[in-house]
Design a protein around this ligand. Sequence first.
Ligand SMILES: [Fe+2]
Length: 314
Amino acid sequence: MIVPAIVAKPDFIVTRASHAVLTVRDLKASRAFYVDVLGLVVSDEDRDVIYLRGLEEACHHSLVLKEMAGAPSCERVGFRVLTEEDLDLAKAYFEKAGLPAEFVRVPFQERTLHVTDPAGTRIEICATMATRERQIIQFRKFKSACPMRLDHFQVLTPFVGKVWGFYAEMGFRTSEYVTEADGEMVRAIFLQRKGNPHDLVFVKNENGPRLHHVAFTVPETYHLLHFCDFAANSGFGANIEFGPQRHYSPGYAQFVYCRDPDGHRLELFTNHYQTMDLEEPPARWTTEMLKSMPGYGIPPPDKWRSEAMPFSKI
Ligand SMILES: [Fe+2]
């Protein structure tokens, strides 16, 4: 297995994972979960859409929920680039690869680029977003999990090897990766731009692309436990899917996974380690190593491995 070389000075600067756009069947039910039970902050809302952000986030939204008929889906996952010029260079990069790329208008964002990666992941990229006041010291607004900020996405795809080089050329660096025991077949890649272990994770699965989860940070381990109590006490106890536990595997964080009323999966986790310096080697795992790691608690249910949200077709 050859890890793609680091591209320290890519053609354009992606800064971070930014936001996710999900469709839901009943916006009132979703609002009750995300605002009243999870603790996200409302930036704006109307009858069909709600814009949410974490307590430390100044940018307008990290989660957009749109009420739509039919099966729920992930419309897009969002990334930020540093400048408007980077946005034009990003468009050229996707077009050169023969992939869809078009500018669209999106509320509360300046020029927005819609692209699709080689795995079929639907992505939107912007350089500028409206801002709101950080709630980071508005402690009377802290509730339940106290989600602070969006950190990363995980996508399931049959084409992990194919996307690895594509994202490496964009400047994404590999913090960790998983191979089969013989070291040949890559099972998962953890890619980062913002200096912690991941902004975007791809895990091999025959049915993809599908969004496995969107992850938000929480302040402390206590908030994982408090969220579980809060959810159970609010009638959402069955939505807790896996954890609280620790990843004795890539990322190393303490976590809990839960499902929203439509089945969208969230990971809440305590913070990650820093990784920036170019000489740091990516951590290599094999599937055998992951099985033999020490740990506690029960393993994830089968649905945690198999179920994920399709991307929208439109
Ligand atoms: Fe995650």
